[in-house]
Each structure stands twice: as C-alpha cells, then as structure tokens.
Design a protein around this ligand. Structure first.
Ligand code: BES
Ligand code: MN
Ligand code: MN
Length: 462
C-alpha cells in the first residue's frame, strides 16, 4: 500500500488522535497546567512508540520534559531530525472563543471550506508536529521509510526554550542528523506554497516605574508629584519616532541591510495589501517608513508593548495617583542583532531617559537569536520538490516575523540545515482566540512530509 492510500484509509483516526492531544491543556506559561503539560509529553511518547519509534524517552529537565524517539533503519542512510513543541500558549481571553479552546471541533470557514480544527495549539504546534508522527507511522506501516529519523519534541517553546539549549549541547551526538525538519511556521496560502527561510529573534523585557512610596490622593498631590503611568507612557512613546524608527542608540547598528535586488525578490511574493487590511479589519497599516509590509515583517526589527498596567482598573472611578506602573516590552530582531546586546542597549537607554522624579527597574524575560536558512541546501531542494509534488506548484522562499529561537542554535551547534516546513496559514489565529488548523493542511502536510523523505534520500544518493 502507498503512503497516500494508507493516509486515505486512516485519516479519520489521524484526526481523532490529534483531537485527543488537543484536549490536553498543555499551557507551559501557567503553573496551573503543570500536570497537563506533563500529560501531553506522555501522549507524545505513546504516539511515537505506537508509530514504531525506538528508544522513546521522556528526558527530564529542570522545566518541562523533552520527548525523544528515533528509528535507525541503517546507519549508512541519511538521518532526519524532527523538532516540534507540545506546549501551547494560554487560551485567555476564554470569552472570545466561539467554542471552548480545549474541546476541539471541526468548523468550515471561508478559507477552509473542507473544515478546520478549532482548538488552542491546533496549528501551533500540535497539529503541525503531529503530522510528522503520522507521516512516520504511514512510512513504517507501508515499508516506505527511506531515511533514519529522530524526534525531539519539547514543552517549553512558548516560554523561551530555556532548557532545550542545554539539552542540545549535551546531546550533540544523539541529535546528529543530515537535516532538521520543523513544521511550526506558515505558508502564503494553499494555492501559494512557500518555505520559510527567515525568522526574527527576540528580546523580551518588563519595566517597572515607581514614583512616590505609596498611592496618593490625585487631588492633594496631582500635578506636583510624578504619575508613573504618565511617565511610562511618555517613555514608551519616545522609543519610536514619527517614522516608526526605533530611537534606542545603537539599535540598528548590526542590522543587515538587504540589496535592492534581494528586496525586490522578497516583494515579488504574492501579497495583497487590501486583503491583508480587510482580514484584520483595519483601514491602514502602520510601520517603519520606507519599507513594504512584507519587509516590515520579514527583514526589519521592531518594538512592541505587549501589556501595560498600573493604577486603578476596577469598576467605577477612583481618583488615585499610583505609586507604580508596569509594561512588558518585546523587540523582534533581525540578523545580525544580538539579543544580549540589544537587551543592554534597551536597559541603559530606558534608565537614561527616565526623569529624576521616578525610579526605573528593567527585568529581562527571555531572548532568542534571529535566523536565516539556506534556500539551496539539499534539504531545501527536497522540501521544494515535495511541495511541488503535493501542491502542484513550486514553493517560494519567504521570511516570517515570528521567532523560533532554537533554530539559530541548531545551525550553530548541530551544523545541519533546519528546514522550516510549515503548513499553517497566517489566518490560523496563532496565540489568539479561535486558533484553528485546516484539515486539508493537516492531511497534505502528512503526505508532503512523506514525500520529503523520498526526495531527500534520492538527493543524498543513498
Ligand atoms: N510557531 C511560533 C513561531 C512562528 C509563528 C514563526 C508564525 C513563524 C510564523 C512559535 O510557537 C512562537 O510563538 N514563538 C514565539 C517565540 C517566543 C516565545 C520566544 C514568538 O514568536 O512569539
Ligand atoms: Mn510554535
Ligand atoms: Mn507559538
């Protein structure tokens, strides 16, 4: 039986299994879900075992475990390492979901007329890494596995992959591979397959601005003592100028500028600004002057406030001059910005611009390096050929704005090419309410992964 026939015969079960995984609320950021994150790791372990992997192991870390498994059919054959994450983002705000986030359901949408799976983690990344386990099962069952395969599925991607770095460094031999496959990104569309070749890095901080030693009556003191919320807003507003250019001294120093030809190629990707705006229900886009939307996301760094709080936010009105104000601020970085350096630049600048009427604390959350991967490696060629086979159209390389910090470490420490072989769409609502993943994307993904294995083994000439 062919992989395609096996897939056709088993597709309902493949969907049901994914539903079972999606029912586990494995939110790594919230300690309340600790047991569920561990349960998801066990689910992955069992799935790998059932699909036919050997040496399946729950590798404990000081945080959440990494699930490892492999199938070495012949050490002389090429080896594919699959990376993914079984943790998910918090589902909050729950009230904005049309159906409960951990009770997956199939619904049709305009973009997914065949139906999409609605659940937290459906696209990011449970639905995507599970495709690899199912493709592996299908290849094992049909006697079609042409390469060795190793799986490394972690549970801390959404909180910065702190313990994965150490695991990779300590297990270089075990993780040795000819290519690394990661399905945790988007394509342009079902009619426009693409392969991601760039990801942004990140530096994430939290700032605390303190004025007086206690909350004050805003009449008795207002106008005479600094209001830390007002000050925080002024400080944040000053971090970008009227052209949306970031004002932190040295921030752009290491930013790689692309040539006019490279920029033109990037902008040739199919993209409709009108569609983009209408899908987001916005009248106009906003970003750094002199760059297109594709460029603002793919090749330019940025700074965003992710949350801001302080003072009185309860019912009714309270006339208070608060003692403290807080904000979570993240910066998306591009090659060759270094997140440690950017963190220091931010910290120094933020403290330098604060008026003497307040004190400022800066706490570093996490960071990660940007990455650019080759669009000519054997792995890329195999991915290209596989997509061309299943989508009937040659994929184009794109740069995305999201971050997968471990990709740069893979390049540096494992020396094999990571392939960002994502099958999601940017409308899948990652990290938002009503996250979903197309059933068609899931099934074509499984087929394309199996096709990748065939092409990769042929290209390797083994
Ligand atoms: N899968 C995403 C990254 C992504 C999304 C890449 C869309 C390309 C397109 C990943 O799970 C993620 O959310 N990463 C975080 C990284 C952070 C927590 C260090 C991100 O990008 O915010
Ligand atoms: Mn992800
Ligand atoms: Mn994510």
């Amino acid at each position: 039986m062919s992989v395609a026939a096996y897939l056709e015969k088993n597709k309902d079960r493949f969907l049901q299994e994914l539903f079972n995984l999606l029912r586990i609320p494995s939110v790594s950021a919230d300690p309340k879900f600790k047991g569920d994150v561990v349960a998801a790791a066990n689910f992955v372990k069992n799935s790998l075992e059932k699909a036919g992997a050997d040496r399946v192991e729950i590798c404990e870390t000081p945080g959440f475990p990494i699930v490892y498994g492999e199938k070495i059919i012949d050490p002389k054959l090429p080896t594919v390492l699959v990376y993914g994450h079984y943790d998910v983002q918090p589902a909050d705000p729950y009230e904005l979901w049309d159906s409960p986030p951990f009770e997956p359901v199939l619904k049709k949408t305009a973009i997914h007329p065949e139906g999409a799976i609605f659940a937290r983690g459906a696209a990011d990344d449970k639905g995507q890494f599970y495709m690899h386990i199912k493709a592996f099962e299908a290849m094992m069952a049909t006697g079609d596995l042409p390469c060795n395969v190793k799986f490394m599925i972690e549970g801390e991607e959404e909180i910065g992959s702190d313990n994965l770095d150490k695991f990779v460094l300590a297990n270089k031999e075990r993780l040795k591979a000819d290519v690394i496959l990661i399905s945790d990104t988007h394509m342009i569309g079902m009619d426009n397959p693409s392969i991601t070749v760039g990801l942004r890095g990140m530096a994430y901080m939290e700032v605390e601005v303190t004025g007086s030693n206690r909350d004050l009556h805003s009449g008795t003191y207002g106008g005479a003592v600094a209001n830390p919320i007002n000050v925080l807003c002024q400080l944040i507003a000053s971090l970008k100028d009227e052209n949306e250019y970031i004002t932190i001294p040295g921030f752009y120093e290491k930013v790689q500028e692309l040539s006019a030809a490279q920029r033109q190629r990037l902008n040739e990707a199919p993209f409709s600004l009108e569609d983009y705006k209408s899908k987001l229900d916005i009248k106009e886009v906003q970003g750094e002057k002199g760059y297109s939307t594709i460029e603002r996301i793919g090749i330019r760094p940025t700074l965003d406030v992710n949350g801001i709080w302080g003072g009185y936010t309860g019912e009714g009105a309270k006339t208070v001059l608060p003692s403290k104000a807080f904000a979570k601020i993240s910066m998306r970085l591009v090659p060759d910005q270094d997140w440690h350096e950017i963190t220091t630049l931010f910290e120094n600048h933020f403290k330098a611009i604060a008026p003497a009427s307040v004190t400022v604390k800066v706490k570093v959350h996490h960071g990660g390096a940007p990455a650019v991967v080759s669009d000519s490696s054997l792995g890329y060629q195999a991915a290209e050929a596989a997509m061309e086979e299943t989508f009937g159209k040659r994929p184009i390389p794109t740069r995305e704005g999201g971050s997968i910090p471990i990709v740069a470490l893979f390049q540096k420490e494992l020396g094999s090419d990571p392939i960002l072989f994502g099958f999601g769409l940017d409308t899948d609502a990652l990290h938002s309410p009503n996250e979903h993943y197309g059933v068609k994307n899931y099934l074509i993904g499984i087929e394309t992964i199996a096709s990748f294995f065939r092409h990769f083994s042929t290209l390797q000439g083994k």
